[in-house]
Design a protein around this ligand. Structure first.
Ligand code: PLP
Length: 509
């Protein structure tokens, strides 16, 4: 038997084979691989420094509208430019227009972080650059996606009767869930006949609380249900949907001949992170045959903590659940897990296989294009797989627990100060609060709180957002960044105190 040559070893995937340099002798059209090592290493070094010194940049970009565009040529270059110059322009012209979600003072909206394993996963995924539209176009991508969403299911304590896959955002996951809710009523024949011009269709109603995310409204708009058919049910004093009001609204609609199509319960609302009483909502939805979707986009990962799991009681009765690893599970953005009880309904809603996508693969091979509107499918699962493996479920729980602890301490600061008050309970890691010294009317306080927010955000050390609760302007601190520590929250508190003093002149309007 002859010795294997280096070429035959490389062809057989032998790890001992020397790396082949197909571009060494001829032009592939790509840049030479030497550029990858030289500038790839430079980019990695840049990332390392960026993450080591995240406070080097102001957290909220100070760019004025149009600054980034003005800093760059208005037309594309006719001739190739060296990567070195492009990377220098990245630093000089792009980075100043970045608001740094990696900054430990990023406390706005829902703070999120990528992480080292997530970044490595993204890097490798971009190198593979596969499109897993069909199982055969990268079996490992489809199978890893199903595997990691199933890992997530286990981490959340959900039973094995769920089918999960990944979308880019919760907005898309919720859109798909509501499309499935519609398809779950085959008698409506909407897939085939559409809705326009039909007199035989009842009004299709979707219910959620006044605190539900706007993605529910947008999904209803996109699906042609009509924005006015999204019924926003009042919330109780803890900002949770009132199940009794829901029951009344659904019964009244039903009596009027409308069809209650779906209920969206939120576990972790956007403003206050309140949790709707899913266990009380589920039987109401069931009574009307309505689909129950649980939007746990932000807070869902907190169910990894056994001590918090009871907050999600009732979600096991849902038809679908969305949880975003890209929000609070340290996975770079573009990873939203949708779990459904009946994947066959999603397939019924979306499967459409033109000739050029038919295959000779076995019937039971999953082609994830059948479960939604997108054909092209990036390798999202790789970064999530890397995060879960590199941190472990115990490590993820520990990081989330730390954020909960930081939030509790910050809430204690607010509660301990006579001039400030909590504006909502703090079930997770987001604190809603307000500067509210005695003897100042509500309108003046609104203006002062808005001014405090502006002033703190302009400083570059902390970035907070706001909401309105009971009509009043309220500040929000959301903790979800791996690099946020107590010192950053203490500093934010100090900045808030200074800004509150400086806001005195504003109160008169
Ligand atoms: N649902 C809730 C409760 C949210 O808070 C958000 C965003 O913050 C969304 C859905 C939308 O998430 P995405 O940006 O992934 O579409």
């Amino acid at each position: 038997m002859s010795e294997p040559t280096s070429q035959s070893r490389a062809a057989s995937g032998d790890p001992g084979a020397p790396p082949k340099r197909p571009d060494a002798g001829h032009d592939t059209g790509d840049l030479p691989l030497s550029e990858l090592s030289e500038h790839g290493h430079a980019a990695l070094a840049w990332i390392e420094r960026y993450l080591a010194e995240p406070e080097r940049h102001p957290v909220l970009s100070r760019a004025a509208p149009g600054d980034t565009g003005r800093a760059l040529p208005s037309g594309p270059p006719a001739h190739a430019e060296p990567l070195e110059r492009i990377l220098a322009d990245f630093e000089r012209s792009i980075v100043p227009g970045i608001t740094h979600w990696n900054h430990p003072g990023f406390l706005a909206y829902f703070a999120t972080t990528g992480s080292v394993p997530g970044i490595i996963g993204e890097l490798l995924a971009s190198a593979l650059n596969v499109n897993a539209m069909l199982w055969r176009t990268s079996p490992a991508v489809t199978e890893l996606e199903l595997l990691v969403t199933d890992w997530l299911r286990q981490m959340l304590g959900l039973d094995d009767g769920w089918f999960g896959f990944l979308n880019d955002t919760a907005s898309v996951s919720t859109l798909l869930a509501l499309a499935a809710a519609r398809e779950a009523r085959p008698e409506l024949a909407i897939r085939e006949r559409g809705m326009a011009g039909r007199t035989d269709l009842p009004r299709l109603r979707v219910y959620c609380s006044t605190h539900a995310h706007s993605s529910v409204d947008k999904a209803a708009i996109a699906l042609g249900l009509g924005h006015e058919n999204v019924v926003h049910i009042e919330a109780d004093e803890r900002f949770a949907l009132r199940a009794d009001s829901l029951a009344e609204a659904m019964a009244a609609d039903s009596d009027r001949g409308a069809l209650p199509l779906a209920v969206v319960a939120t576990a972790g609302t956007t403003s206050t992170t309140s949790v709707d009483p899913i266990a009380a909502i589920a039987p109401v939805a069931r009574r009307h045959g309505a689909w129950l979707h649980v939007d746990a986009a932000y807070a869902g990962v907190a169910a990894v903590l056994p001590e918090l799991r009871a907050r999600f009681t009732g979600w096991e009765q849902a038809d679908s659940i969305v949880v975003n690893p890209h929000k609070w599970m340290f996975t770079p953005i573009g990873a939203s897990a949708l779990f459904v009880r009946r994947p066959d309904i999603l397939r019924r809603a979306f499967s459409l296989v033109p000739e050029y996508l038919t295959t000779t693969d076995p019937q039971d091979v999953p082609n994830l294009m059948d479960y939604g509107i997108q054909l092209g499918r990036p390798f999202r699962a790789l970064k999530m797989w890397m995060v879960i493996r590199a941190f472990g479920t115990e490590g993820i729980a520990r990081r989330i627990r730390h954020h909960l602890h930081l939030a509790r301490r910050f809430a204690d600061l607010v509660e301990g100060s006579p001039d400030w008050q909590l504006a909502a309970p703090v079930p997770f890691s987001t604190i809603c609060f307000r500067f509210a010294p005695a003897g100042v009317d509500d309108e003046s306080l609104d203006r002062r709180n808005a001014a405090i927010l502006e002033r703190v955000n302009a400083g570059g050390e902390a970035f907070l957002s706001h909401t309105r609760l009971h009509g009043r302007y309220v500040l929000r601190v959301a903790i979800g960044n791996l690099r946020t520590e107590w010192e950053h929250l203490e500093r934010t508190w100090e900045l808030l105190g200074k800004a509150s003093v400086e806001s005195i002149g504003i109160s008169e309007g």
